[in-house]
Design a binder for this molecule. Structure first.
Ligand code: C2O
Ligand code: CU
Ligand code: CU
Length: 521
């Protein structure tokens, strides 16, 4: 078992910023500074497809294969497939059931499910249900590898025994689903290789429903649309382009030095289609926005804005419904965040084209998708003024305060990303946390870091000592932290004792050691 991680091969020659803390790298670290990104653009070498021509795909809903002991059972096979993402080209993907996005799992609060994942890919994988309130053994600890059914020869970095619960072929994840209705997603979480494997397609939705949410009369059925937004780059032959040092993902981890701040693509995909188009009724829609990008942040707005009312009415955040709707003209979404919003296309004349734009993008990345309002329709949906009784975690109850500083730093002999100056070590517990107690965690950053905590959602208490930001409401499991900022959150882990993770959800940072483990007891 290796207790400490070796450095990243191929990342030599970079200046390592010393020390952790606020402000050390602000303003000078990011070549993309000013664009709202901590990452580097990778461009495609094929002609970019025309925007707003491909229909928005809706991921298929996974049907259970059966049930046992009050739990629904699902079978997912992780396999390679060739998909037509850019019209006229075939893109090999790693897909849950061979699709990208993977199939959507629908579950109900309080009804447990079990998902058996079988790995027919050429690489080890780990499945994590992001936002799941999941016992440790099913949460997808990054060293709990699922090796390919047909065997695999790992070498170099990838061959280190990291002491996880390693299985071959298949693994069953048990999810109690003892949690609020919310938009969750599942994705790969393999130690050191999450970024390239998610980029290749390993991500899907998992939507949790409950009676309270269903009783609100929100737009539903075809008017409840999940939108998985992510950026990619393509090679001239249609393959995804990614700057991995080792494209086989079997030997060496890490990306080429220029991309260590994160990888941005020049093609925006929604549900796996480039700049798609969705025909809508002149009615309210619920859009479940997920930023599944490795590193890209978006500032989403509707163009044109509606004549009356706000562009977006936010009804939910990462972990469930808001207490009351919040109106936004635009929404800033960092990697892994979800915004559950209602858009009223009934405010646009029939025939209108409404484009979802990204004010943090430029050129091709300034566009996301388009809606075409094609018909009038009856709309019996509601948008209640009160959505739920949101339990507030009281910061005053917190006995324990912890500080976590996210910064560039040395990982072994090389440059990487650290928390409190340390590279991730799966065997080192950076906090021992008592179940049931409210704690205040303060996250400091040097650059942009979207910070994610497993096991339970948290609540944002404030930014830089002031009030929370406009996108911080409700239960969050990922918080967008800007350069040289600090954010205080109130956490409370209700149950499940064991080892869990918190980490930066810029997936390149995550793979370059910006993770921390804590133990609940
Ligand atoms: Cu979305 Cu630890 O991950
Ligand atoms: Cu997670
Ligand atoms: Cu980061």
């Amino acid at each position: 078992m290796t207790l400490s991680r070796r450095g990243f091969l191929g990342l030599t020659g970079l200046t390592i910023a010393g020390g952790a803390g606020v402000g050390g790298m602000a303003g000078c670290g990011s070549r993309a500074a000013g664009s709202g990104q901590t990452a580097e653009l990778l461009t495609s070498s094929l002609a970019l497809p025309r925007r707003f021509t491909v229909a928005l795909p809706i991921p298929t809903v996974k049907q259970p294969s059966g049930s046992a002991d009050g739990a629904d059972l699902y079978e997912i096979v992780q396999r390679e497939a060739d998909l037509e993402i850019v019209p006229g080209f075939q893109t090999p993907v790693f897909g849950y059931d061979g699709s990208f996005p993977g199939p959507t799992i629908l579950s109900r609060r309080g009804r447990p499910i079990r998902v058996r994942h079988t790995n027919r890919l050429p690489v080890p994988t780990v499945v994590h249900l992001h936002g799941g309130h999941t016992p440790a053994e099913s949460d997808g600890y990054p060293v709990d590898l699922l090796l390919p059914e047909g065997g695999v020869q790992l070498r170099g970095d990838a061959a280190h025994d990291m002491g996880g619960d390693v299985r071959a072929g298949s693994r069953v994840h048990s999810y109690p689903m003892d949690q609020l209705a919310a938009t969750l997603w599942y994705h790969d979480h393999r130690m050191d290789f999450t970024a390239p494997q998610v980029w290749r397609g390993l991500a899907g939705f998992h939507l949790v429903h409950d009676e309270e949410e269903e009783g609100l009369g929100l737009p539903s059925g075809e008017r409840d649309v999940p939108l998985m937004i992510c950026d990619r780059a393509f090679q001239s032959d249609g393959q995804f382009r990614y700057p991995a040092i080792d494209p086989t993902m079997l030997e060496r981890r890490g990306v080429q030095e220029d991309y260590m701040e994160g990888v941005l693509g020049d093609v925006i995909l929604v549900n796996g289609a480039p700049w798609p188009m969705l025909e809508v009724d002149a009615a309210r829609y619920r859009l479940r926005i997920l930023n599944a990008s490795n590193a890209r942040r978006y500032d989403l707005r509707l163009d044109p804005a509606p004549n009356r009312g706000p562009g977006f009415v936010q009804i939910g955040s990462d972990g469930g419904l808001l207490a009351a709707p919040i109106e936004h003209a635009s929404i800033t979404v960092a990697a892994a965040e979800r915004f559950d919003v209602v858009v009223d296309f009934g405010t646009y004349p029939v025939g209108s084209e409404v484009t979802l734009r990204n004010a943090l993008g430029s050129g091709s990345t300034a566009d996301v998708m388009r809606f075409r309002v094609v018909r009038t329709a009856t709309d019996d949906s509601q948008l209640p003024e009160k959505l739920t009784e949101l339990e507030r975690l009281a910061p005053a109850d917190a006995q324990i305060h912890r500080e976590w500083s996210f910064s560039r730093g040395a990982v072994g002999e090389h440059a990487g990303w650290t928390i409190n100056g340390l590279a991730f070590d799966p065997d080192r517990m950076d906090a021992e946390v008592k179940l049931g107690e409210v704690e205040i965690w303060r996250f400091f950053t040097d650059l942009h870091h979207p910070v994610h905590v497993h096991l339970n959602s948290f609540q944002v208490v404030g930014r830089n000592g002031g009030d929370p930001g406009p996108f911080d409401a409700g239960w969050k499991d990922t918080v967008d932290i800007r350069p040289a900022e600090y954010v205080d959150v109130a956490v409370r882990f209700s149950d499940h004792a064991g080892k869990f993770l918190m980490h930066c959800h810029n997936l390149e940072h995550e793979d370059m050691a910006m993770m921390s483990a804590f133990r609940t007891r």
